[in-house]
Design a binder for this molecule. Sequence first.
Ligand SMILES: Cc1cc2nc3c(=O)[nH]c(=O)nc-3n(C[C@H](O)[C@H](O)[C@H](O)COP(=O)(O)OP(=O)(O)OC[C@H]3O[C@@H](n4cnc5c(N)ncnc54)[C@H](O)[C@@H]3O)c2cc1C
Ligand code: FES
Length: 263
Amino acid sequence: MSRIAIEDVKILDSSDLGRGNYRLILGPFGRSRSIMAGQFVHLQVPGGSVFFRRAFSVYDVNPEEKTLEILFKVFGRGTALLAKCRRGDTVNLMGPLGHGFDPPGKKESVILAAGGIGMPPLYFLAKQMIQKKHESDKIHFFYGGNCRADLIEVARIKKLGVKLHLSTDDGSFGFKGFVTSGIKEYLENNKGDYRLYACGPTGMLKAIDRVAQERTIPGQLSLEAPMPCGIGVCLGCVLPLTSGGYTRVCREGPVYNIGEVLL
Ligand SMILES: Cc1cc2nc3c(=O)[nH]c(=O)nc-3n(C[C@H](O)[C@H](O)[C@H](O)COP(=O)(O)OP(=O)(O)OC[C@H]3O[C@@H](n4cnc5c(N)ncnc54)[C@H](O)[C@@H]3O)c2cc1C
Ligand code: FES
């Protein structure tokens, strides 16, 4: 695991992406170069009224400028306050935290399954794979939301050159149905060996875990849990392991192998 830093960083840009989704560019952050896809940062919400830090997956980094980006959806008090932050505001950031994804072999065909605001770590994984010369047409990026407006940053994903498969639950854009249905249909029609990575709501991850285990597809899931401390001390984030015992999602996770955690 890379060394953790706690630094005050500036909000260099804040964009409202619609439907409660926001993008922040933060920096300078000394450890931006060492961040692996799947790792997260813990942000102190400015203003002092929110005690616990909030966890966000890293969406992208710019090592030259020492910046990182996060995407978030307003959920409760902390994210509502973060959405009100403006360019020039200061936020305290702790990171990078947790274990990122184990990257696939360069020649492997890969399925990335992103549900809603679970998209950022998978975009970052695809970008890091391409930087390491993974063939972009072997990367199948499945991205689903409730409706069209939930599918954010699509143009940026397209720029990676990956095979993009968009879906919406209400059929307002792309394949109509859940991400998992799109993946099952794809696997039926395109036999082969794949490695699968997923991030999204727990219901979706449960379904992906089952789909992958039934077809013995290897891969990893990025999980979420309440994360008061983020550094393995408070045990607020533990989840049961299928082999027995518990795991701290902030420390041993948030990325786990398919079938490793009891979802
Ligand atoms: C590894 C990881 C990566 C994530 N990445 C993203 C992302 O990229 N984008 C995104 O939109 N969301 C992401 N999330 C979810 C995001 O962290 C939550 O949406 C956010 O914490 C909600 O904060 P809130 O204040 O708006 O909501 P609230 O419901 O007010 O607070 C939620 C969190 O605050 C903490 N908390 C609040 N009260 C207590 C209490 N009494 N005791 C203990 N803990 C408390 C907990 O950590 C809880 O999970 C991620 C979560 C995790 C774990
Ligand atoms: S958040 Fe405290 S142990 Fe994981």
